[in-house]
Design a binder for this molecule. Structure first.
Ligand SMILES: Cc1cc2nc3c(=O)[nH]c(=O)nc-3n(C[C@H](O)[C@H](O)[C@H](O)COP(=O)(O)OP(=O)(O)OC[C@H]3O[C@@H](n4cnc5c(N)ncnc54)[C@H](O)[C@@H]3O)c2cc1C
Length: 462
C-alpha cells in the first residue's frame, strides 16, 4: 500500500555524518546514516531531558502531535518493537479510521476498521523513545547544549568539511545534515560560502492554536479515541481531541486566517460549542483540566525548492521542516521528516558516496516527498478565507471535489477508508480520482447530503 519505493539494503559509505538538530527529523536522519557511515554525531543546542518533557527550543512540542501511519511504519522499521513498547508505556493504539470521530462538511465520516495504525501520544513521549533508541545504535553519539553556528569548507569552498560551534571549535564531517527545523539555519551558512539558498514558496495561513490536556478516565461516548470537528470554512474554526499516554486527552482549538481561539477555559469551551458537533466541548466540560493551556502561532506554510538548487556545496543537505513545514492541522510534519530520511538512505545506497549525484538525487527525492503533504495542506488552507500566497493551479476545483469526497465518506465506507489513507500519507491524493472511488464520490457526495449524527458514529473496535 505504501507509495514509497524500497532500496536493496544499506550500502556502506564510511566516514562521519553530522546531524544538526535532534528533533524528529534529526533523529530519523541519524538512524538512517548510522547504517551507512562509520560515525554519526547528532548535535542539539537544547538541553535534552532524560525523560519525556517539553523542550525550550521545540515550542510546538506542547501541541498535539499525531504520528501518521506512514511515519509509524518508518519508525517501526528502524526500531523493531518500538510501537509495542510505546503502547506498553501508555501510548494509545489507534485505528485512524475506526477510532476517529471526524465531523466535517455537516456530518460524521464512516468509521470502518482499517489497517491505518499508529499509536497516539504526546510529541515529547515519542521523541524521548526515539532519541533513546538512536542513542543505542552503534556509532551514534547525541550531544546536547551544543550550538552549530556555521559550516567549514575546503579551500575551494566547494565541499563542506564540517561545522563550527558556538564555542569556536569545529567538528569535521563528510556529510552535514541540517535538521534545525523551519528556520533552516544552514541557509545563512551556505550563503556565507557564496551559494544562494533555494527558492521558497510561502503561503500565509496565520493559524493560532490553544491546547490543553485533560484527565482521561474512560473512553469517550461513542468509543472514539480521537476526534476532529471542523467548522464551515467561513468560521475558520476547528477543534481536535486525542487520547494520549498518562490517561490524558490533549485537545487543541485552532483558528485559521488570524482567527484567535480564547485561552480562558470557559470562553474556549463556549467557542468550541459553536462548532457543528458538541463532542469536544462535552469532553472539555466533563474532564478535569491538567496544567495550563498553551498557545502556538503558525504563520505560514513554507516549502524550500531544494530540487531547483543548481549551485550548492557538496556534503550538505537539508531534512525535515528545514525543507518544508506545513500547517500543523494536517499532522504531517514528523511523517514527512521520516519519509525524507528514508529517501536520503535510498539515495546513499544508489551513489555509495557523498558526491554531487547524492545531493541531486536526494534533493529531487525530498521534493517528491514533500510535494504530497504540501498539496494537501496548501490546498486545504486555501479553502479558508485569509489564506494568501501562490495558489496551486486547480485548487478551487480540487477543494470542491474534496468537499464532495468528505460528504460521500459520511455514507460510504470505501470512500471514508480511501480519504483516511490519503490523509495518512499511505496513498497518493490522485487515488481519490480513480474510477472506483470517483464514481462513489459523484453519486454519494451529491445526492444524499450529510449524514445524521444520531446514526453515526459507531463504537470503536478494541
Ligand atoms: C503547533 C504544531 C503542531 C504540530 N503537530 C504535528 C502533528 O500532529 N503531527 C506531525 O507529524 N507533525 C506535527 N507538527 C510538525 C512537527 O513538529 C515537525 O514537522 C517535526 O517534528 C519535524 O521537525 P524538525 O525535526 O525538522 O524540526 P524541530 O522539531 O523544530 O527540531 C529542530 C531541532 O534543531 C535544533 N537546532 C536548531 N538550530 C540549531 C543549531 N544551530 N545548532 C544545534 N541545534 C539546533 C533545535 O533545538 C531542535 O531540537 C506540528 C508543528 C507545530 C508547529
Amino acid at each position: 500500500m505504501s507509495w514509497t519505493t524500497r532500496s536493496r539494503g544499506p550500502r556502506r559509505v564510511g566516514g562521519t555524518a553530522l546531524v544538526v538538530g535532534a528533533g524528529m527529523a534529526g533523529l530519523c536522519a541519524a538512524r538512517v546514516a548510522a547504517e551507512r557511515f562509520d560515525r554519526v554525531l547528532v548535535l542539539d543546542r537544547d538541553t535534552l531531558p532524560p525523560a519525556p518533557a517539553p523542550r525550550a527550543r521545540v515550542p510546538q512540542g506542547r501541541q498535539p502531535h499525531l504520528l501518521l501511519p506512514a511515519g509509524a511504519r518508518c519508525l517501526e522499521g528502524w526500531f523493531p518493537g518500538l510501537v509495542d513498547d510505546l503502547v506498553a508505556r501508555g501510548a494509545v493504539p489507534l485505528d485512524l479510521c475506526a477510532d476517529f470521530y471526524w465531523h466535517q462538511c455537516g456530518g460524521v465520516l464512516r468509521r470502518p476498521a482499517s489497517a491505518l495504525r499508529g499509536p497516539a501520544m504526546s510529541r515529547p513521549f515519542l521523541e524521548d523513545a526515539v532519541r533513546r533508541r538512536v542513542g543505542l545504535v552503534p556509532g551514534v553519539t547525541v550531544r546536547d547544549g551544543v550550538t552549530a553556528v556555521g559550516l567549514t569548507a575546503d579551500p575551494t569552498g566547494r565541499r563542506v568539511t564540517g561545522v563550527r560551534l558556538g564555542d569556536g571549535s569545529t567538528v569535521a564531517a563528510d556529510l552535514v545534515v541540517d535538521a534545525t527545523g523551519r528556520s533552516a539555519h544552514s541557509l545563512d551558512w551556505v550563503r556565507a560560502l557564496g551559494y544562494e539558498p533555494p527558492p521558497v514558496s510561502v503561503v500565509r495561513v496565520d493559524t493560532r492554536y490553544v491546547s490543553r490536556t485533560y484527565r482521561r478516565s474512560g473512553p469517550a461516548e461513542g468509543g472514539w479515541k480521537a476526534a476532529a470537528v471542523v467548522g464551515e470554512p467561513a468560521t475558520r474554526r476547528l477543534a481536535v481531541a486525542l487520547a494520549i499516554e498518562g490517561d490524558r486527552w490533549i485537545t487543541f482549538v485552532a483558528g485559521l486566517g488570524g482567527e484567535s481561539p480564547p485561552v480562558d477555559e470557559e470562553q474556549r469551551r463556549a467557542y468550541v460549542r459553536t462548532l457543528p458537533s458538541p463532542v469536544i466541548a462535552d469532553l472539555m466540560a466533563t474532564c478535569e483540566p491538567l496544567g495550563a493551556a498553551s498557545t502556538h502561532r503558525f504563520a505560514d506554510d513554507r516549502r524550500r525548492h531544494v530540487e531547483r538548487l543548481r549551485r550548492f556545496p557538496l556534503g550538505w543537505v537539508l531534512l525535515g521542516d528545514a525543507v518544508s513545514s506545513f500547517d500543523p492541522i494536517y499532522g504531517q510534519g514528523m511523517t514527512s521528516a521520516a519519509l525524507q530520511a528514508e529517501a536520503l538512505g535510498r539515495c546513499l545506497d544508489r551513489t555509495g558516496a557523498v558526491d554531487r549525484a547524492l545531493a541531486r538525487r536526494y534533493f529531487a527525492a525530498a521534493s517528491r516527498v514533500v510535494a504530497v503533504p504540501w498539496s494537501l495542506a496548501v490546498g486545504g488552507d486555501f479553502a479558508y478565507p485569509g489564506t494568501e500566497g501562490p495558489r496551486p493551479a486547480g485548487t478551487d476545483l480540487l477543494n470542491r471535489y474534496v468537499a464532495r469526497t468528505v460528504v460521500a465518506a459520511q455514507h460510504d465506507d470505501a470512500v471514508a477508508l480511501r480519504l483516511n489513507e490519503v490523509q495518512a500519507m499511505v496513498r497518493r491524493p490522485g487515488s481519490l480520482f480513480l474510477p472506483g472511488i470517483a464514481l462513489r464520490v459523484l453519486r454519494r457526495g451529491r445526492a444524499t447530503g450529510p449524514a445524521s449524527e444520531r446514526v453515526l458514529p459507531r463504537p470503536a473496535r478494541a
